[in-house]
Design a protein around this ligand. Structure first.
Ligand SMILES: [Zn+2]
Length: 354
């Protein structure tokens, strides 16, 4: 039936897909044998291999791959009409290899046991619980903000360069590791993206390269946002694939850092998510709560909003839709919408902690 190896590889996508969905439906199996098994070895090996390089090897690999694909399409453009079968076999065998590598090196983490279950946290919360936690987060964030600035109207300016932040961010995980040994982050592999400008236009502040396990942070985002974004990308490396879970772990790592500026960015991050959820449920109360947040904290929020507004463009929604489709293909119900699930985790976590 299959004339050559390439056709066979191309058709392997079908059993691969079925196997992934079958194995992926057993979350315990994934948690034990993939995330805490195979992935522990592959991710560490990749970070040992690429982590020490001062630049993102994965970004260069992507650039070369894109050039190669364009070149291939130009060279083989006529073959499509003459040898359709061979052309399709070549394209799909390439896709099959990428699909396979993606799942072996990273993608199966999407099928883990949900974090709220593994932490034993309830999933639902009442509006009263949300309001209570939000109010406490306001008190906490305001206090840390004032400790840093001594003036409630001044925004926090990070006393670090972005390179410094990349080096300091793992410390939060070192603290968490004492309670949760699986959060040990070693070896380190976190870099600025070589494609920060296109990334910004696409509306992303960072990403993990699944094939090299390097984490890239958009080098253009405001310094104030750098700690939580860096911690978010590290969470992805540690096997938290889901966006909402990486947000939660990133927030925890920031507030467990010894540096007060990191702690501030972590609490401000949690507060922003919670107060936005209050807006969805009670816009009038939202207005009152926002007024009680220090002006300086609000200036930090505005700094980030202004930054993204600067780069708004018609292509951004296309990339967001593509990413959404990607998340849904990986069993992330609700796609980007599921970002709000981070509030579930935050409400239940902070309820008895602050
Ligand atoms: Zn992410």
């Amino acid at each position: 039936m299959f004339k050559d190896k390439k056709t066979l590889i191309a058709f392997s996508i079908i059993p691969q897909f079925l196997l992934i969905k079958l194995v992926g439906s057993n979350h315990e199996l994934i948690e034990t044998y993939y995330t805490n098994g195979l992935y522990q070895y592959t991710s560490k090996i990749l970070r040992y291999v690429f982590g020490w390089l001062p630049f993102s090897f994965g970004d260069i690999f992507y650039a070369l791959a894109i050039i190669y694909m364009i070149r291939w399409l130009i060279i083989n453009r006529k073959r499509f009409t003459k040898d359709k079968r061979g052309w399709l076999a070549e394209v799909f065998s390439f896709i099959a290899v990428i699909y396979f590598s993606f799942h072996v090196f990273w993608g199966m983490n999407y099928y883990r046991i949900p974090l709220n279950e593994s932490l034993g946290l309830a999933k639902e919360y009442t509006t009263e619980q949300l309001i209570d936690v939000t109010k406490r987060l306001i008190v906490k964030t305001n206090a840390i903000h004032l400790k840093i600035t001594n003036n409630d109207s001044v925004k926090v300016v990070m006393p670090f360069t972005k390179e410094d932040i990349l080096k300091i961010a793992p410390e939060g995980y070192n603290t968490l590791e004492k309670t949760y040994p699986h959060l040990k982050y070693k070896p380190v592999s976190i870099k600025k993206s070589l494609f920060s400008l296109p990334l910004t236009y696409m509306g992303f502040s960072g990403y993990l390269n699944p094939l090299t396990n390097e984490a890239q942070v958009d080098a253009l985002i405001p310094v104030y946002k750098f700690p939580t974004t860096t911690c978010h990308e590290i969470a992805h490396q540690l096997g938290y694939a889901a966006e909402n879970e990486a947000n939660f772990m990133g927030c925890l790592a920031a507030i467990h850092n010894e540096d007060i500026h990191f702690v501030y960015s972590g609490y401000a991050f949690a507060l922003r998510h919670c107060v936005n959820e209050v807006y969805n449920r009670d816009p009038e109360l939202f207005k009152i709560l926002v007024e009680s947040i220090n002006k300086g904290v609000r200036k930090n929020y505005k700094e980030v909003r202004d930054f993204w507004d600067q780069y708004k463009n018609p292509t951004e929604p296309i990339f967001k839709t593509t990413y959404n489709a990607y998340l849904e293909a990986n069993d992330q119900e609700g796609g980007i919408e599921s970002y709000n699930y981070v509030v579930d985790l935050m409400v239940h976590y902070f309820e008895d902690k602050i």
